[in-house]
Design a protein around this ligand. Structure first.
Ligand code: ADP
Ligand code: MG
Length: 235
């Protein structure tokens, strides 16, 4: 981890009708860190990730990503971001590899050979090469998630946004994902939401606890206990 800010969020709010999904969130996320978002259901985790992924626009506030203003540089920022949503982005009737090729068209990837090399490397890292010609609809949820992660990583994004990647994953897929995050974390900024406090602690450098859209506390994972996190949830 460095002390270079990669995501700079200032006074961010998001309102849906009369509901505030986020209220006045200010937070700096550093380059090279794994930052975990914790909070009860409806606390704003997905909204924050969607805003960082440029899928939803804020009601007010400022966000800078690697010095680029999110309001005016959406297109450039999207090239730097890999977003793994709670629900898969994959087409169920296409194979894993067809899906990855389809999504790779949205990025400025150099040559055909480089793309093939990158696909092979990622399929290998996530241990899904042998299923690459299988239709997504025929795969288990864990395998689908791993293909979706390759889809999110195909352009080698500097920032990885993962929305509850571990929920409903089988143990093997969860372990492969954990190992993967461990291997790539040095060169990336990873923001991951989860319900699992113990997992969050073991995976991340720092984290933040959202309650009703407010960032209640930002913590260093090595300095907080699971009981401490739970107490803040319930405050
Ligand atoms: P979390 O991911 O922590 O469960 P969300 O970000 O999904 O929380 O939701 C935060 C709040 O915003 C909730 O009250 C939710 O009902 C509301 N919300 C989220 N998305 C929408 C939407 N598209 N329209 C209306 N309300 C929404
Ligand atoms: Mg959510």
């Amino acid at each position: 981890m460095t002390d270079e800010t990669s995501i700079d969020i200032e006074n961010l709010s998001k309102r849906y009708g009369y509901t505030y999904a986020l209220r006045d969130v200010t937070l700096k996320i550093l380059r090279g860190e794994v930052f975990v978002l914790l909070g009860p259901n409806g606390s704003g985790k997905t909204t924050l990730l969607k805003i960082l992924g440029t899928l939803v626009s804020p009601t007010s506030g400022d966000i800078n990503i690697y010095g680029l203003d999110l309001k005016t540089n959406g297109r450039e920022i999207r090239q730097k971001i890999g977003y793994l949503a709670h629900d898969s982005f994959l087409y169920r009737d296409l194979t894993g590899e067809e899906n990855i090729r389809f999504y790779s068209q949205f990025y400025n990837l150099s040559s055909k050979e480089k793309l093939q090399e990158r696909i092979n490397e990622l399929l290998n890292l996530l241990k899904i090469t042998r299923w690459k010609h299988e239709s997504i609809k025929n795969l288990s949820r864990g395998l689908q998630k791993r293909f979706d992660l390759v889809r999110a990583l195909i352009h080698d994004p500097a920032i990885l946004l993962l929305d509850e990647p571990f929920s409903s994953l089988d143990v093997l897929s969860a372990n492969i994902l954990k190992e993967f995050i461990g291997n790539v974390r040095e060169n990336k900024t990873i923001v991951v939401s989860t319900h699992d406090i113990d997992l969050a602690k073991s995976l991340s450098d720092r984290g933040g606890i959202l309650v009703e859209g407010r960032m209640r506390q930002v913590f260093k994972s090595s300095e907080i206990t699971s009981a401490g996190v739970k107490a803040i949830f319930e405050m």
